[in-house]
Design a protein around this ligand. Structure first.
Ligand SMILES: Nc1ncnc2c1ncn2[C@@H]1O[C@H](COP(=O)(O)OP(=O)(O)O)[C@@H](O)[C@H]1O
Ligand SMILES: [Mg+2]
Length: 437
């Protein structure tokens, strides 16, 4: 399969469908309420009648993910995400469904695109929700990690280009359908064994089409910090699809350098639960992009954390900051260290790659490139066809996802543990960061 042209937005949800999506969310909530009535709900389908659990994949913020295979004639491999009831204990207390589970169910039920993870079915059983997804053998965190072992070796340029093209296709689909993802990072970008990219983990996603409430909800913390857009760090209350594009820019940089480009340390919430200014994260960005300026980002001076940004400047030697952006220097040394060149076997993302990156990592969200514009960028339109299989032409195999037998009991009633297989991911730290609305 060859993907050369930017996708049309065919298959996009119409306004009626967006209305349906909202209604289906309401129906999910109603069902949840219904299930709380004594005797009000008995499950008809049981997970273990339909799937054999192969093992445990990951323990995340809202539950656990298991690998399974279909049974009784059902073919294929699946990943089952089990959401625990909000409260569990010796005597199970049921307090309702988490906002995250409801959103993920409502959105995944409606969305259908080759670059967004495909939901197979949802099973309600014993007051737990099981979301059954197609199984994906890899994710970008795993792939990036593999390229640092045993020593660093660059991800070939055509592979990066295919990953980015598919990722942007999936994101254009989400944005065209008024869905913000809000948690794009390598661990949430799934990759099938045939090299297809699937945007996963819609647990933080939400509609932005005429939201009933402002998207700001008193808790400013949304995206995992390294991928968090500057307008969010500056306290913006009205965020837009541009926050996802910033994260995509960070992922592009990470695919090329095999390290997070802005690896800040998170300042924790204080005891009053106020979210502090993320000074360290902002500094990491400023060190590479230079200080944001009012002239090129007119909204900057009216942002809630503007005074914090100024104090950040006062406390440092002016020479500490590059006067302008040093992104080009960063990019050139990244290409050099990775061995990317037009004569190397890895190929090179070249000058077009830099131009695209700089337009995604644009401070002003209103000037930041959109997914649609990015897909038409010379990085994609020049330089031949793009494979829909990011592994095409790649020698050697990527290791399979680690599946352990530590915990095969999908129906276990205990609280989610902290054991994780696979690679470390910061999603475990995310409980406090999930948007509370
Ligand atoms: N469809 C899938 N196939 C294989 N592994 C998956 C799948 N979905 C999720 N995973 C694995 O489980 C992890 C956690 O799932 P995710 O949906 O991101 O939930 P969380 O909200 O806990 O981050 C992912 O980072 C990935 O390693
Ligand atoms: Mg995740």
């Amino acid at each position: 399969m060859s993907l050369t042209n930017p996708p049309s937005s065919s298959g996009s949800l119409s306004r009626t469908r967006v209305g349906n999506l909202k209604r289906s969310l309401q129906a999910t909530v109603d069902d949840a309420i219904e299930s709380r009535k004594p005797g009000g709900y008995t499950s008809k389908v049981r997970v273990r009648d339909r799937y054999n659990i192969v093992g445990f994949i990951s323990s995340g913020t809202y539950g656990r993910v298991y690998k399974a295979v279909g049974k009784n004639g059902k073919k294929g491999e699946f990943a089952i995400k089990k959401f625990k009831p909000d409260k569990e204990g010796e005597t199970i207390q049921y307090t309702g469904l988490s906002q995250s589970a409801i959103r993920e169910m409502a959105l995944c039920t409606e969305l259908s695109h080759a670059n967004v993870v495909q939901l197979e079915e949802i099973i309600l059983e014993d007051k737990c929700i099981f979301m059954v997804f197609e199984y994906t053998e890899h994710d970008l965190l795993q792939i990036i990690h593999h390229h640092t072992q045993p020593q660093r070796h660059a991800i070939p340029a055509p592979m990066v280009r295919s990953i980015m093209f598919q990722l942007l296709n999936g994101l254009l689909y989400l944005h065209t359908n008024w869905v913000l993802h809000r948690d794009l990072k390598p661990a949430n970008i799934l990759v099938t064994s045939s090299g297809a990219i699937r945007i996963g983990d819609l647990g933080l996603a939400r509609l932005f089409y005429k939201p009933l409430n402002s998207l700001f909800s008193g808790d400013k913390v949304v995206v995992t910090i390294w991928y968090r857009a500057p307008e969010l760090l500056m306290g913006s209350r009205h965020y837009t699809p541009a926050v996802d594009m910033w994260a995509i820019g960070c992922i592009f940089a990470e695919l090329l350098s095999l390290r997070p480009i802005f690896k800040g340390e998170e300042a924790k919430m204080d005891s009053k639960k106020t979210v502090p200014f993320q000074r360290n994260q902002m500094m990491k960005i400023v060190e590479i992009l230079g200080l944001p300026r009012k002239e090129s980002w007119p909204g900057l001076a009216s942002m809630p954390e503007y005074s914090q940004l100024q104090s950040l400047v006062l406390h440092r030697q002016p020479s500490h900051f590059h006067r302008g952006s040093n992104l080009e220097g960063w990019y050139q040394s990244c290409l050099k260290n990775g061995g990317y060149s037009s004569t190397s076997s890895a190929g090179t993302p070249g000058a077009d790659g830099f131009d695209l990156l700089s337009r995604m990592l644009e401070y002003d969200p209103s000037k930041r490139m959109t997914a649609e514009q990015a897909l038409e960028h010379p990085y994609f339109t020049n330089g031949g066809p793009i494979s829909g299989n990011c592994f095409e032409g790649i020698e050697g195999k990527y290791p399979h996802r680690r599946v352990t037998q530590d915990d095969n009991d999908i129906r276990t009633g205990s609280l989610p543990g902290t054991k994780r297989s696979g690679l470390p991911d910061d999603s475990l730290m995310r409980a406090s960061k999930r948007l509370k609305e």
